[in-house]
Design a protein around this ligand. Structure first.
Ligand SMILES: C[S@@+](CC[C@H](N)C(=O)[O-])C[C@H]1O[C@@H](n2cnc3c(N)ncnc32)[C@H](O)[C@@H]1O
Length: 341
């Protein structure tokens, strides 16, 4: 087989495999998490018997071995391959994609216009976000928090709360409030973090709504306050860049001295992507954001919006840069904003 055909075949297999491999890796990783098998080089099949149906487990383990993620050493003992380690370490991004399984289940209805709204499985989504964002973004956010001596945080769309948990580990006296639209998410967090007063169910884009509830939390004083948007600004279907600017300026009016930390994923044009597609799962991310009517910004567009707002960029960290010819854009960025004087 010549090289072109070989690459076509490899890519074809990857495209077809994803249908089963992505849910299997996402769910297997989540369900087996308590047993911590993916943290070790070896694991025993019987350690998974209390979680999985025995027959289903046998099928899944055989499949994972066929696709070179694990290796069976004896009847009982399995080894996680180097490729498996790479994949399992990154399963969070797969859980995020899987949380939009409604698109797959109802694709035909969506394509012929019979289904307009997409359901996101929020618990799966925040589980994946927490895992994936911890790997990539928390440390940089933490160093910005430390450097700027932040003592209070309002986390808008806090997901599984891992960001706050991580910050509290380093700064136990920090005051925080978390806001999320999903009752399921907030109820889970009230259980996990044990403080119900500073967990607010509200739409983060309706500032007055959460502001009223916030008043009870002594966070009115905005000195050394940070407002965090970690992959949440795009959750709104902003249909005009001015609306983003106005939203940021409304935050400024309510908290004149507060700083803002935004971590976002960016849109890339399809024709740019097609040449680097083997190295990125952004096409899948762009697809589910678009189907579920979330706003993805182009990097340059986003920076322009900030320039017109009442904030300036004090620090910026970019990740996974895509570079083709003259075009360059990060896939993600963490941007720290301070109020203009
Ligand atoms: C992609 S997750 C990110 C979670 C977390 N910030 C992280 O980085 O892991 C988006 C979160 O924002 C919440 N969310 C989405 N739209 C929202 C809205 N309009 N108001 C409040 N929360 C919202 C979701 O419930 C979810 O927890």
């Amino acid at each position: 087989m010549n090289k072109i055909n070989h690459n076509f075949k490899k890519n074809y297999v990857g495209l077809a495999r994803g249908f089963f491999s992505l849910p299997i890796i996402s769910i297997f990783s989540r369900l087996s998490e308590k047993e911590r098998i993916l943290d070790k080089n070896f694991f025993l099949k019987r350690s998974l018997f209390k979680i999985f149906d025995k027959n289903a487990l046998e099928i899944i383990l055989n499949y994972l071995e066929s696709v070179n993620l694990i290796k069976k050493l004896t009847k009982e003992k399995y080894f996680i391959t180097a490729f498996g380690r790479y994949v399992f370490n990154r399963h969070g991004a797969m859980n995020i994609i899987y949380s939009y399984k409604d698109i797959v289940d109802n694709l035909e209805k969506i394509l012929i216009g019979k289904q307009k709204k997409i359901k996101c499985d929020r618990i799966e989504n925040i589980y994946g976000s927490g895992k994936s964002h911890k790997r990539k973004f928390f440390d940089n956010a933490l160093s910005i928090i430390k450097k700027n001596k932040i003592t209070k945080i309002i986390d808008l769309g806090l997901g599984n709360g891992d960001f706050i948990r991580n910050v509290l580990k380093k700064k136990p006296n920090l005051k925080f409030v978390g806001v999320d639209l999903s009752k399921n998410v907030i109820n889970q967090l009230k259980k996990d973090l044990g403080n119900s007063k500073n967990m607010i169910v509200s739409d983060i884009f309706k500032i007055n709504q959460w502001l009223k509830k916030l008043k009870k939390n002594n966070l009115n004083d905005d000195d050394k306050l940070l407002i965090n948007f970690m992959f949440t600004l795009h959750e709104h279907n902003f249909n005009d860049d001015n609306k983003v600017k106005n939203f940021l300026n409304d935050i400024r009016s309510s908290f004149p001295n507060a700083t803002i930390l935004i971590t976002e994923v960016f849109e890339i044009q399809p024709k740019t992507f097609s040449t680097v597609v083997d190295n990125s799962i952004l096409p899948e991310f762009i697809l589910f954001h678009k189907f579920s009517k979330q706003k993805l910004f182009f990097y340059k567009q986003f920076k322009k919006i900030i320039k017109t707002s009442d904030y300036f960029i004090s620090t910026e960290i970019t990740y996974s840069k895509i570079k083709i010819g003259n075009f360059t854009s990060p896939s993600y960025a963490t941007i720290f904003l301070k109020p203009k004087k």
